[in-house]
Each structure stands twice: as structure tokens, then as C-alpha cells.
Write a protein that binds this ligand. Sequence first.
Ligand code: ADP
Ligand code: MG
Length: 316
Amino acid sequence: EVRSITDLPGVGPATANKLIEAGYATLEAIAVATPQELSAAAGIPITTAQRIIKAAREALDIRFKTALEVKKERMQTRKITTGSRNLDDLLGGGIETKTITEFFGEFGSGKTQICHQVAVNVQLPVEKGGLSTPDKVAKAVYIDTEGTFRWERIEAMSKRWGLDPDEVMSNILYIRAINSDHQMAIVDELFNIVPKENIKLVIVDSVTGHFRAEYPGRENLAARQQKLNRHLHQLSRLAEIYDVAVIITNQVMAKPDVFYGDPTQAVGGHVLYHAPGVRVQLRKSRGNKRIARIVDAPHLPEGEAVFMITDYGIAD
Ligand code: ADP
Ligand code: MG
């Protein structure tokens, strides 16, 4: 099975190194290259380059498919419980693999708590709403851009299901992203790590923080959006190729109409304009109650769900 560039026919260690140095570190990069540029970059004959590109495309399943095949692939997507039946129902069963799910809302609306809970829940066996099989634990990657990850919450949320908290924590790969470039480099790296480690969930909390800080104001908006779109596209490919669920969060103002400096917020808050996926708006309600609403999803019914943030996690 071809999972990384070293598995491609005719790519030995020396060629692999040349390809990586020239920026062709992933199957995606090779799949979209031309034989000429690949040949020049790695010093290999054009015919070899053609063979490598073809193999990369086959490995990534880039080809014409019938609509029926698309249907069958889509039906294979699996769902992770959020811990709240109401929220699961709103999402059509839970957080879906092969898809980006965006949670957006004001500070304290529960985005980070949901991320923690799903990082635990993915590890549950399939019949309990996770993606672990008897022989393989489903792991999570947690990319933290704001420093709000708390292992104590993982512990509490694990105990809720009777899971061993240390075991659950050992199956969450945590990394702090220090800026937007680093954030994107981490996702590049995930194309190598995800298939090897049976990772079934990738969290980016928050996806927008660094981008907003580094590209402030209207004058930087176009550059910011362009880079952010590249990042979202990266995540969307990762989700699709490796049958992984991706959760991103995005903090927005409670009243976008008064936050006129940032048009991306005025439009409704979410960042998944051009990327496929599910957008969920979170609002604070009384006490520990929160309201979730699906925005702009053609395949899911309109509606709202009420859930709670408790000591032991996301619940009804
Ligand atoms: P966001 O990421 O959207 O800014 P969070 O997910 O961090 O918001 O949610 C913060 C809220 O979660 C807090 O306001 C609090 O109500 C709730 N919360 C956090 N920790 C606990 C806990 N241990 N027990 C109960 N509720 C908690
Ligand atoms: Mg947060």
C-alpha cells in the first residue's frame, strides 16, 4: 500500500530525499506535479516521474468516479458522539469523518470544551459512539493555538465513561502552534503521521487566532483569507484522504454588527465559506446551557439544540 512517498515505485531513499528537499514531501504534492518539474527537481528520467505521479494519484484515489461510488464512499463516513444526544441529533449523528466541522461563537460559548470532549470520545468503541476497534484505539491530535488545553478536563471527561484517564491522555497527541506558519507546517506533517498512528480526529483550537493576530485590519484581509483558505484546504484533504474527522474553532464577537472592522465576522462568523464542511454556531444561554445552530448546511435540517457544559463534560 502506498502511504507516503517512499512507498512509490522507483523512489529509493536518495530520490525521496531529493523530492522532499524540492518540496515534494507528500503524495498530494507529487500527484499535482508535472512530470517535467518532478524530473528536474529530483534528477530522475521523465518516464520515472510519470510513473511516480500516476502511482501517487492512484494512492490518493484521484480519478473519475460514478455518483454511486461517491454515495458508497459517503455512506462509509463514521460519526463521533459529542456527549450530548441533542447536539448529536442536530449534527445528524455526531462529528463526521472526512469532513471539517467548524464551531464558531463568542468567548465562553463552549468551543474548547467540545474539543476536549470529542478528543476523549473518539477513543470509545464504535458501539459507544467512538471510532476505536477491538484491535486499534482511535487517537486524536490536538493543535492548540491559544494555550487553553487542560489535561484536567481530559481526566474528568475520561472518568465519565469509565476510561483510564492516563491511557486516554497517552492517545491524544498535543502540540502548541506558535504562529500561523507553524500551524500550517504541523498539518503538512500530519499527512505522514495520521495514517501511521491511527489518528481519527484532528482538532485545531482555534483555527483563526494566529491569522487574525498576524494579519490585522482590512488592508491585510485578502492576504489573510488567502492563507487561511490554503490551510482549510489542507485540512479538508487530510480529512478526506485518511477518513479523519477535523474540528476547527473560530472565536467571533457576540454582536457582529457592532464589530464593523472585520467583514469576515459581519457576514455571520464562520470561515468555511469555500471549503466543504459543517458550520455550527454556539451561543451562551442561561448558566451552563449552550445553544448550537447549524448554519448553511444543505444536507442537514435547520434547527437548534440545547446542551450543557458540566464538570464531567458536554451533556444534555
Ligand atoms: P470557548 O472555547 O468557546 O471560549 P470554553 O469551551 O472554554 O469556551 O467554555 C468555557 C466555559 O466552559 C466556561 O464558561 C464554563 O462555563 C465551562 N466550564 C469550563 N470548565 C468547566 C468545568 N470544570 N465544569 C463546568 N463547566 C466548565
Ligand atoms: Mg476556547
